[in-house]
Design a binder for this molecule. Structure first.
Ligand code: KMH
Ligand code: ZN
Length: 272
């Protein structure tokens, strides 16, 4: 029997790749992002997975821009702050790690290299170890970003080496061209591949967002939505806001018997 804890709803409102040409409602400045995150928190989001942009709207891992954005979000709501260490495919490791020094509650840790559309999202073994040590040294809880099944094994190796400790929290990013496809059988396999006691979220890319979210609700997992992963409300109809995507999962989850966790409840579930 799966254990049906309260559901942790993450919003990824910006990302590094989505543009205003893709969806004109994409928040870009620290002020716009904070306002959008506050609305998402109102609609039930317990974690924000955060990327930020420079003045031109280009992805940046600037400590200053992160600091400003985190401060503005904190003024608005009590959502769990999770910074990206993935950044964008063209960034250096040092650049990517910058926001971890702000000691947010969580940071992402991708445990392997994956083709990423026409690019490569590079995370070689030495770098994964370095990122994991830095995240832990700053007292931050990692969320293991899994773009393909072998990345689970790489995370477990970090536990064996004593760098990370159980229980781990995984995010299965499914449907990136080059990564694991967004097929329900693959989600089943990923969930069966993590040790008992670990928690997991699914982030379905594009059209896979809603179907995988629904599967996760039923399987006792957690859900991530937002413009980083998907810009549509339904086929051919752009989402009006990240909050609209969050609200749909809140509604669906309730209908299917899973109450959405408050940020404090999510903190307890994740051991923050
Ligand atoms: N933008 C992707 C290349 C993360 O945030 O940790 C990587 C990414 C993963 O978004
Ligand atoms: Zn990200």
């Amino acid at each position: 029997m799966v254990k049906l804890d309260k559901l942790i709803l993450t919003v990824a409102p910006v990302g590094a790749e989505t543009t205003r040409q893709d969806n004109p409602n994409l928040p870009l400045t620290p002020e716009e992002i904070a306002q959008e995150v506050a609305l998402c928190a109102e609609k039930g989001a317990s974690i924000v997975h955060l990327h930020v942009r420079d003045r031109e709207g280009k992805a940046t891992q600037s400590r200053d821009v992160f600091e400003k954005t985190l401060q503005l979000i904190k003024k608005e709501c009590d959502i769990i702050l999770q910074v990206s260490t993935g950044g964008a495919v063209w960034m250096t490791p040092e650049e990517r790690l910058q926001p971890v020094t702000l000691k947010p509650e969580m940071a992402t840790l991708t445990t392997g290299t994956v083709n990423f559309g026409d690019d490569v999202f590079s995370n070689p073994p030495g770098m994964i170890e370095y990122f994991a040590r830095e995240i832990v040294a700053h007292g931050v809880k990692p969320e293991i970003e899994v773009f393909d099944v072998g990345m689970i094994q790489n995370a477990l190796t970090l536990v064996k080496k004593g760098i990370l400790s159980f229980p781990l929290h995984f995010d299965f990013v499914m449907g990136v061209p080059g990564g694991i496809p967004g097929d329900p059988r693959h989600l089943l396999h990923l969930v069966e591949s993590i040790p008992e006691g670990c928690t997991w979220t699914v982030a379905g890319i594009g059209r896979f967002e809603l179907s995988l979210a629904t599967q996760a609700i039923l399987m006792g997992g957690n859900v991530r939505v937002g413009f980083e992963d998907n810009i549509f409300y339904k086929k051919g109809e752009l989402a009006e806001s990240n909050a609209q995507l969050v609200e749909r999962i809140w509604r669906l989850s309730g209908e299917l018997g899973r109450t959405v966790a408050t940020p404090d409840e999510a903190r307890r579930i994740l051991g923050l």
